[in-house]
Design a protein around this ligand. Structure first.
Ligand SMILES: *Cc1c(COP(=O)(O)O)cnc(C)c1O
Length: 385
């Protein structure tokens, strides 16, 4: 029997390595919760909320149970319901759109920019026009998504939404920590939603999320909505709400993670810069949104077609390098959304699913891991030439 040389296996998300690096400080925070036992809305939730607000440059942060609940409560606050149109990109995670339908509203899918994959202003204008012409929905809101960690065109979205009388909402699930024209993301819209799902840049150890806002009345409304619509006293029910609170234990984990978050963002950015610098011809690195810094939730390259993408994916797999496809289908092609789509073609979003491929990008990657990935990409490209 011949001995196989030791094979490097890289993780797409390496929570055991994260534990080895941060486990001690996280455990201390968790132990404090176990000692005081205030598992629901304990002091760590408020401490985290203050730090998130400061970090994102917003006046208020409200800790909630997930990024999806954050979006749901923001739309509940806007009283989105039957007959309302909410514009959002077709190329995003399902959560951005599902909350609209949960409330009886209609998601109106918008195409994305062919370079940055962010929501397209030109398509947004077309889609609003189409909704107005059809006349059966009332245009109410637009949800901008910072896809993959890079900012949506917030300044342009803001002036457009204001001019058109639409409410602007920011889905920052992938981008907390990113900046845009010198500003940290967190206060570009009336309300900003965050997710702390373990794979997001600021990831917890379970589900969690937050809503950021500068508006005092809205902050009070979200506090009420996350606790069953409670009024001034516990058993006064002022409105219909949900059980949408962030657990104290998640807040404790996130407080420890927030201590090292800036350093992790720098590490992600350094890895992205290494990939960019040594990306072989034939594999297109992610186009950068000008004058911005990404939080690098996802580093997704673009291949010329599906056959090449699939070939690269299986080549990398054999080299011990896991990859992922975000997202294989635009939302309006998904069975759950197709019946709600007006049939408009959104050609950029429709073409991307076959060509994108996300490489590992997380702070636990070593320099050797990054080198191994870059060498594999170049080996594959060399074989294609
Ligand atoms: C992850 C994600 C969400 C949902 O967040 P959860 O915490 O998983 O509910 C919403 N929008 C986008 C763009 C996401 O990536």
């Amino acid at each position: 029997m011949t001995r196989q040389p030791e094979k490097r296996q890289i993780a797409f998300l390496d929570l055991p390595a994260q534990q080895a690096r941060l486990g001690g400080s996280i455990q201390k925070r968790v132990d404090a919760v176990m000692a005081h036992c205030r598992f629901v809305l304990g002091p760590e939730v408020q401490e985290l909320e203050q730090r998130l607000a400061a970090f994102g440059g917003a006046k208020h942060a409200i800790g909630v149970a997930s990024g999806t609940d954050a979006l749901l409560m923001v739309l509940m606050g806007e009283e989105i319901g039957p007959g309302d149109a909410v514009f959002l990109p077709a190329f995003t995670y399902t959560a951005t759109a599902e909350v609209v339908l949960l409330l009886g509203g209609t998601p109106v899918f918008v195409d994305v920019d062919p370079q940055t994959f962010q929501i397209s202003l030109a398509s947004l204008k077309d889609r609003l026009e189409a909704v107005r012409e059809a006349g059966d929905l009332e245009p109410r809101a637009v949800i901008g998504v910072d896809l993959f960690g890079q900012p949506a065109p917030w300044d342009e979205l803001k002036s457009w939404a204001t001019a058109e009388g639409l409410t602007l909402i920011a889905d920052c699930a992938q981008s907390f920590g990113a900046s845009y024209r010198g500003r940290r993301l967190g206060h570009e819209a009336k309300a900003t939603t965050l997710s702390f799902f373990p794979s997001k840049p600021l990831g917890g150890y379970g589900d969690g999320g937050a809503i950021l806002t500068d508006d005092d009345d809205l902050a009070a409304l979200y506090h009420s909505l996350r606790t069953h619509g409670e009024g001034r006293t516990r058993y006064e029910v002022e409105r219909i709400g949900i059980n949408g609170r962030l657990d104290t234990l998640q807040a404790a984990v996130l407080l420890a993670k927030l201590d090292v978050f800036e350093g992790e963002l720098k590490r992600r950015d350094a890895i992205a810069a290494s990939y960019d610098a040594e990306m072989p011809a034939g594999i297109v690195p992610p186009a950068r949104v000008p004058d911005s810094e990404s939080a690098w939730a996802i580093y997704s390259v673009l291949l010329p077609d599906a056959a090449k993408r699939d070939a690269l994916q299986s080549f990398l797999k054999d080299a011990g390098i896991p990859t992922a496809v975000y997202y294989p289908k635009p939302l309006h092609y998904q069975p759950a959304y197709a019946p709600h789509h007006d049939g408009a073609s959104l050609p950029v979003a429709e073409g991307l699913g076959a060509r994108v491929l996300a490489l590992p990008i997380h702070p636990e990657l070593t320099d050797e891991d990054v080198r191994h990935i870059i060498e594999a990409l170049n080996r594959w490209a060399g074989e294609q030439a």
